[in-house]
Design a binder for this molecule. Structure first.
Ligand code: COA
Length: 143
């Protein structure tokens, strides 16, 4: 669901903290950035299962008609059950409603097959960010 309250934002940030900072050792000063501030124009998303926050992601206006999907995270214990896919499809629907023509993202290379199954295509070559290999990917639609 789209984050609408401060509590929901904190829940989303807490999933990101567990996954990126604790599990993947991404420095906090890189994980949290200016796009997480209220009023930055970024949409935040949180997934709850049984009242517990287990997933998060954000959608950031990037260029005319294009938004960028960032910080996609599913709690370790919940992976492989389709929640990541559900979250991605929900963000894509939101982007379409907002008249975007496509989405971009920088995938951690281990997650490339996950995004490929959702219709994203890799562009360019692998680069390292926060000590993790990434590849840019994109998806566009006509309607
Ligand atoms: N490698 C290969 N395939 C993968 C995959 C991976 N790492 N992760 C998921 N898939 C596949 C699943 O097998 C499934 O395929 P199917 O439709 O054929 O059954 C499909 O992608 C959807 O999987 P789903 O269960 O919805 O994925 P998930 O809930 O486990 O979420 C991530 C995937 C990447 C979001 C999750 O593993 C995660 O949070 N990882 C840690 C944080 C991270 O790396 N985020 C990505 C930053 S770019």
């Amino acid at each position: 669901m789209e984050v609408q309250t401060e509590q929901q934002l904190q829940d989303a940030l807490s999933v990101r903290h567990d996954v990126f900072i604790k599990e993947q050792q991404v420095p906090q000063e890189i994980e949290i950035d200016e796009h997480d501030r209220i009023g930055s124009g970024t949409l935040h998303f949180v997934v709850y299962r049984g009242g517990v926050a287990v997933g998060a992601g954000r959608l950031r206006p990037y260029s005319p008609g294009i938004s960028k999907v960032e910080r996609v995270a599913i709690a370790k214990s919940e992976r492989g059950t389709g929640l990541g896919r559900l979250l991605m499809l929900y963000m894509e629907e939101t982007a379409k409603r907002q008249r975007n023509k496509g989405l971009k993202l920088n995938a951690q290379t281990h997650a490339q097959p996950f995004y490929e199954k959702l219709g994203y295509t890799p562009i360019g070559s692998v680069f390292v960010e926060a000590g993790i290999e990434h590849i840019a990917m994109e998806k566009s639609w006509t309607s």
